[in-house]
Design a protein. Structure first.
Length: 132
């Protein structure tokens, strides 16, 4: 905490012995030790409180980020739900045979636009001739 060398501490002790005398020096040393302990305890208390406050702020920030991510995901899901409902209403308004044909076309188009699963090579017709 303080940068005192051994020589400087000996000089301070010698001056204290001369100024206070041998009778009052032990009492003064105890008093100084008490105040040093109190100062260290106070410093420790302030440091601990500051660390707790910083941890609390970090938790609040993390919670807000998670809340924002959940809100964004909910918004995306609501958009996809709206699209699906629109498609279902469109299919329901078609004649029975046309609805089956359209549902198959939608499924085929969705499969064609989907990315292949990881580790599965694309079909020969889908391969990029420049990559081969």
């Amino acid at each position: 905490m303080f940068d005192f060398s051994l020589g400087e501490m000996l000089v301070v002790a010698l001056v204290a012995l001369v100024v206070l005398g041998p009778e009052r020096l032990p009492k003064a040393a105890r008093f100084a030790g008490l105040w040093v302990r109190r100062a260290r305890a106070q410093w420790h208390s302030v440091r601990t409180e500051l660390e707790q406050e910083l941890a609390s702020e970090e938790l609040k920030r993390s919670l807000q980020d998670t809340k924002n991510a959940i809100t964004e995901t909910d918004r995306q899901l609501q958009g996809q739900l709206q699209q699906t409902q629109t498609q279902l209403h469109a299919l329901a308004s078609l004649p029975p045979n046309a609805a089956e044909h359209t549902a198959v076309n939608i499924a085929v188009n969705a499969a064609a636009n989907a990315e292949p699963p990881a580790g599965v090579a694309p079909l020969a017709a889908e391969r990029d001739p420049q990559h081969d």
